[in-house]
Design a protein around this ligand. Structure first.
Ligand code: 13P
Length: 346
């Protein structure tokens, strides 16, 4: 492992003013997104859609530091035969790859999941590196139980097993000279309040960093992709932007060592503007030991998907929508966003 080079890539991924486009939806997830805009999820349509994003010159060159791809996409070529990976590189962004193989039910823990994909990961990483990937992603999913008797979920078992797998993946990535994005996602789907999210996320992050240390992962050569401390979607009391920002910063300061070069949040089901406002408010607080930016999927793509709707004549509109969200989040990554900028664009 060459740690200096891993660190260089990690820092480039969190360049101030830029963030990561998570375009790594699995075939099942992209089908759901396409169903919503009434587009058939064929291989060509998936290619055309992602080609539209990666050819958005303004967004890609100014506001996007890296793109997380799905296995199908990393091997795909644009309509003119150029590998999609090359389009990303030509725009000055870094190609990355999702390497987990989804989740399976966790034995003995009803309702909980474990992320799989460690078998043969070393060989797969080698091929991805040859194709141009310089970073990878693995997502662990931790649910917070809803309703009566929900205090039991997440179990310590789910937290430990997933943290162990994240660290195994991260160590394998670094051995393959690939920067691991370590993503332990605590879902915001339940009716829990922000303080319960805080408490669970703290347990998850502490356990994750404990495992990373045990498995000798070099913190300077990784990026953390966490959820924010945020109210569950079904919680009647929704925390304000300022409360989310303050609690998330406090939480991360208590759990994430300063050796980690950067933290790139997932959006997790927040609205486009909420995801931007939260990131901006955190960066306005400032005085942070690591760079804070975005690694959004839905919060960057919902608008361009709608504008495109599968029609070739809508490509410019889709690219404009993508550029706008990318720019807003780019500004938020340095605390320079303002809600007024959204209205100007509308
Ligand atoms: P969302 O921003 O839509 O949560 O997706 C980010 C991601 O990569 C989840 O793994």
């Amino acid at each position: 492992m060459n740690l200096a080079d891993l660190n260089k890539v990690a820092l480039a991924m969190v360049t101030p003013g830029k963030g990561i486009l998570a375009a790594d939806e699995s075939s099942g997830t992209i089908k759901k997104r396409f169903d919503a805009i009434k587009v058939d999820s064929t291989e060509d349509n998936r290619r055309d859609y992602r080609e539209m994003l990666f050819r958005s010159q303004e967004a890609m060159s100014k506001y996007i530091s890296g793109v997380i791809l799905y296995d199908e996409t990393i091997w795909q070529n644009a309509k003119d035969g150029t590998p999609l990976v090359k389009l990303i590189e030509q725009a000055g962004a870094i190609p990355g790859i999702k390497v987990d193989e989804g989740t399976q039910p966790l034995p003995n823990c009803p309702g909980e999941l474990v992320t799989v994909g460690l078998d043969r990961l070393a060989e797969r990483l080698k091929k991805y590196y040859e194709r141009g990937a310089r970073f990878a992603k693995w997502r662990a999913v931790i649910d917070i139980g809803s309703g009566a008797g929900s205090r039991g979920i997440p179990t310590m078992t789910a937290i430990r097993v997933n943290a162990h797998a994240l660290a195994r993946y991260a160590a394998l990535c670094q051995a393959a000279q690939i920067v691991p994005i370590v993503e332990p996602e605590v879902l915001m789907d339940g009716d829990h309040d922000i303080d319960r999210c805080y408490e669970v996320t703290q347990r998850v992050l502490n356990r994750t960093f404990q495992e990373l240390r045990v498995q000798r992962v070099a913190l300077e050569g990784m990026i953390l992709k966490p959820n924010m401390a945020i109210s569950g979607k079904k919680c009647p009391k929704q925390a304000s932007v300022q409360e989310v920002a303050e609690k998330t910063v406090r939480l991360l300061k208590s759990c994430v060592p300063a050796a980690v070069p950067g933290i790139a949040f997932l959006s997790g089901g927040q609205s486009d503007e909420e995801a931007t406002a939260h990131l901006d408010a955190m960066n306005k607080i400032g005085h942070l030991p690591w760079r804070l930016t975005f690694s959004y999927g839905r919060a960057l793509q919902a608008a361009p998907q709608k504008a495109w709707s599968g029609k070739p004549e809508n490509v410019p509109a889709g690219q404009r929508a993508f550029s706008h969200r990318a720019q807003m989040n780019g500004l938020a990554s340095t605390g320079k966003w303002d809600a007024g900028l959204e209205k100007q664009a509308a």
